[in-house]
Design a binder for this molecule. Sequence first.
Ligand SMILES: [Zn+2]
Length: 188
Amino acid sequence: MTTPNIPNIPLQLAGRPTAGGFMVPWITARTPDGRYRFGAVDLDRQNRALTDGLCQICGAQLGARIVFAMRDSDLRLLVSPEPGMHPVCAAYSATACPMLAGRMGHYRTTSLAGQLADLGVLPQGDPASLRAGAPAEPWQLVWVTGYRPFTNPLTDQLAALLLPEQILRVRPIGTTSSPNAGTEAAPE
Ligand SMILES: [Zn+2]
C-alpha cells in the first residue's frame, strides 16, 4: 500500500467535514447511508451553487474573484459545467483532487450513471459518462470576475457562462512540463 500525499487543509476550510484526510467538497454526493462519494456530485447543490454564486468546495458565497477548473474543451466554449470556487478553495482542490492534480491517467471505465441517477446524483461534470475510459484532458484554472448561470443547450444542464472580458488569467494545472508552471503565486 502506498500512502497518498495528503495536502494540508487551508485554515478557511478547517470546519468542513473530512474523509481520509481530505476535505469533502460541499457539492460531493452522499450515499443513502451517509457516506461520501468522491467524484460524484449532489446535483441539487451543484445547481444551487451555480444559481446563487456559491463555492462548490466550501458552499459559501463567492467574492470578487472566482476560479473555475475547466477542461480545454470547456474553456474553448467558455462554459463551465461545474460551479466556481474561492481562490483558496481552488488551490486546495487542485492539490487534493486526483483528477485535477493529474494523478489519474484515465477516467474510470465503468459507467455509474444509471446507479447514480437512482441516488439522485450525477458523475462530476460528465452526466452522460461520455468520457468513460477516455484519456483525461488537461485542466486549466481560470480566474474570472463573474459569470452568468445558464442552461447549456448541449447538455440540458445548468452551467456557468464566462465572458471574455471577465477572464483575468488562465493557468494550467496538473502539469509539470508547462514553462509557466510553478512560477506564479495564485492571487488571493
Ligand atoms: Zn470556497
